[in-house]
Design a protein around this ligand. Structure first.
Ligand code: HEC
Ligand code: HEC
Ligand code: HEC
Ligand code: HEC
Ligand code: HEC
Ligand code: HEC
Ligand code: HEC
Ligand code: HEC
Ligand code: HEC
Ligand code: HEC
Length: 314
């Protein structure tokens, strides 16, 4: 209410006082994006903050607490760096009851498409992590910078490791379900974030992974699985996802399937070199049970450096 009252006052005031304003400061002399108030020419953020202040319906001044609001930093955008000079908005061109919108708006009601909105941001943020934004899965599906980034909030959630996933889960419900399974990466605990493995801005790897391949991504934290091993297990070197799933599984640890089914996708079970008859019989509750826990005996499934570890038992 106070906000609208102020705007009304500004209108009455500027109209009524026009005759005492010195000639050099008339509306005509204004540069684009400037505003004349009581004979004083406002520019930069002062133009917008003349009407938008802490009484705004939705808080926008919190932007002053973010990196974009650092006053001494010449690289940061003033309001107009993102919203445009917006002459028709600030002067209420047409004088109608509803002010024309600023040149650029971003919210859910914005008439500007995702490309146009992201373009503004890329003017300052091209390159770096956004090197592969063009053609990325998000860019291609009309996800804009501000679909994830909350520009006016004092804390942009998506930059905070402990809550970042909430932003992603707005759109990625499958992964939301997966991180609640029995075995997971410590995502829900907030110890890890989606962006430890993914670069949401685009990547050369598959599925927006931070590295070029799945394995290279996993090795950033599980370096010991890289080898080289004296005895390599080919599916490990090929792709960790032959056996694992990244977000969550009900088979610990993050396995795609239970043994023996997991192993039997590729192995028929025991062939000639292994003499199953030496094991306790099925009738005694032995063989089947033991054979199911393949990794009980083949404990070095990722590869072995033991001279006689060719069967990955040591
Ligand atoms: C003379 C007063 C005035 C000035 C100056 C002004 N605004 Fe506004 N602005 C308004 C009013 C009134 C509204 C509509 C009421 C509302 O929704 O809060 C509005 C709404 C907006 C909106 C929401 C538009 C929408 O519907 O999505 C944005 C964004 C905005 N202004 C940005 C700016 C920026 C950036 C500047 C500086 C370049 C600026 N305003 C300067 C009065 C002003
Ligand atoms: C870095 C770019 C950027 C800067 C700088 C910026 N804005 Fe915004 N503004 C946005 C985006 C993006 C939105 C859409 C809402 C969101 O994502 O937070 C927005 C939304 C708004 C809204 C509409 C709020 C609503 O949802 O009703 C207003 C009003 C506004 N900005 C005013 C300003 C003013 C005033 C300034 C300067 C003090 C400013 N903006 C600076 C990017 C920016
Ligand atoms: C006029 C240039 C400019 C524009 C336009 C701009 N930014 Fe920025 N942005 C900056 C600068 C400068 C920083 C501070 C960088 C630093 O401190 O190293 C920054 C910081 C950021 C950060 C990091 C904030 C943090 O707390 O670490 C994010 C995220 C960001 N911008 C997103 C955006 C988005 C999204 C848009 C478009 C809505 C946008 N920017 C528009 C210049 C700009
Ligand atoms: C799908 C969600 C998502 C989208 C869309 C997105 N970002 Fe980000 N952004 C993130 C996350 C998560 C981080 C923090 C992790 C990181 O730095 O990779 C981040 C970090 C940043 C940072 C700070 C770190 C740095 O690189 O300096 C900037 C700046 C930034 N984003 C700008 C942008 C711009 C510009 C766009 C649009 C072209 C954009 N973002 C689109 C999720 C997103
Ligand atoms: C506004 C909705 C939205 C948000 C928020 C969002 N995404 Fe997405 N994301 C999509 C869409 C749409 C696609 C492309 C279609 C698809 O494959 O599901 C996509 C694709 C992806 C892909 C690639 C899938 C593939 O098949 O190649 C990954 C990985 C991804 N997003 C991760 C993230 C992460 C991490 C975050 C949070 C930082 C996030 N997304 C936030 C909408 C979103
Ligand atoms: C430990 C690394 C890691 C983490 C952490 C991670 N992901 Fe993934 N994500 C992957 C890998 C690897 C794939 C590729 C899976 C595949 O190809 O089957 C993937 C695939 C995806 C896909 C595409 C799914 C599909 O069916 O194509 C989306 C969307 C996604 N992740 C979102 C997220 C979100 C959201 C988070 C945070 C909650 C997250 N990821 C955390 C590694 C990770
Ligand atoms: C950013 C670091 C990071 C990356 C990248 C990463 N992990 Fe992990 N991983 C962890 C952490 C942390 C744990 C939990 C360790 C613990 O609880 O002791 C873990 C645990 C695991 C576990 C055991 C889960 C359990 O229930 O005990 C498996 C399996 C695993 N990761 C596989 C992978 C695979 C496959 C990839 C690649 C797609 C990958 N990780 C990428 C950090 C990472
Ligand atoms: C052939 C199937 C298979 C492949 C491929 C595979 N793993 Fe595993 N992984 C397993 C099994 C089975 C376990 C459980 C081992 C156990 O219980 O002793 C396991 C356990 C783990 C663990 C948790 C226990 C530990 O040893 O730290 C991590 C982490 C892990 N794997 C990471 C990876 C990474 C990274 C890759 C890719 C380089 C990978 N795995 C490829 C089958 C596989
Ligand atoms: C994606 C396919 C795949 C999966 C799943 C798989 N393996 Fe393998 N495994 C192979 C290949 C290929 C070889 C190499 C065979 C060769 O050299 O003749 C191999 C070799 C082995 C060997 C050494 C045998 C030999 O003849 O040198 C053992 C033991 C073994 N795997 C156990 C397992 C166990 C236990 C599991 C389940 C945790 C498993 N494998 C899952 C593909 C797989
Ligand atoms: C009780 C321990 C034990 C269990 C349980 C076990 N293995 Fe073995 N496996 C061995 C030993 C020991 C060898 C080596 C045979 C030899 O030296 O005669 C072997 C050899 C193998 C070989 C290589 C020889 C061949 O037959 O091709 C494969 C593959 C294999 N096991 C897969 C599996 C799978 C899959 C499972 C689960 C269904 C499994 N093993 C369960 C102990 C076991």
């Amino acid at each position: 209410m106070k906000f609208l009252w102020r705007i009304a006052m500004v209108c009455v005031f500027s109209a009524g006082m026009a005759w005492i304003v010195p000639a050099w400061a008339t509306e005509q002399a204004l540069q684009p994006g400037q505003l004349l108030v009581s004979g004083k020419v406002l520019e930069g953020r002062d133009v917008c903050m003349h009407c938008h202040d802490e009484n705004d319906q939705k808080p926008t001044m919190t932007i002053l607490k973010t990196r974009h609001g650092v006053k001494g930093d010449k690289r940061t955008p003033e309001c107009q760096g993102c919203h445009g000079l917006s002459d028709s908005h600030i002067h209420n061109a047409g004088g109608g009851p509803v002010r024309p919108k600023p040149d650029m708006t971003y919210g859910p009601k914005s008439e500007h498409d995702a490309t146009a909105r992201s373009e503004k941001c890329l003017g300052c943020h091209e390159g770096g992590k956004r090197m592969h934004w063009a053609g990325s899965q998000h860019q291609g599906q009309d996800v804009a910078c501000n679909s994830c980034h909350n520009i006016h909030a004092a804390d942009d959630k998506v930059l905070d490791k402990t809550v970042q996933r909430e932003v992603c889960f707005k759109c990625h419900k499958n992964e939301q379900a997966q991180v609640h399974r029995l075995s997971t990466h410590p995502l829900d605990a907030g110890k890890m974030s989606c962006s430890d493995c993914h670069n949401p801005h685009g990547s050369v790897g598959p599925k927006l992974l931070v590295k070029n391949t799945v394995n290279e991504t996993c090795f950033t934290c599980h370096a010991e699985k890289r080898g080289p091993f004296l005895w390599e297990h080919p599916p490990v070197a090929e792709d960790c996802l032959n056996c694992h799933t990244p977000h969550g599984s009900n088979v610990t640890p993050l396995l795609k399937n239970r043994a023996p089914f997991l192993c039997r996708e590729c192995h028929s079970g025991h062939g000639a070199p292994y003499d199953g008859s030496k094991l306790p019989t099925a009738a005694a509750g032995g063989v089947t049970l033991l054979l199911h826990g393949c990794a009980n005996c083949h404990s070095q499934v990722h590869g072995s450096n033991h001279p006689s570890g060719s069967y990955f038992q040591r």
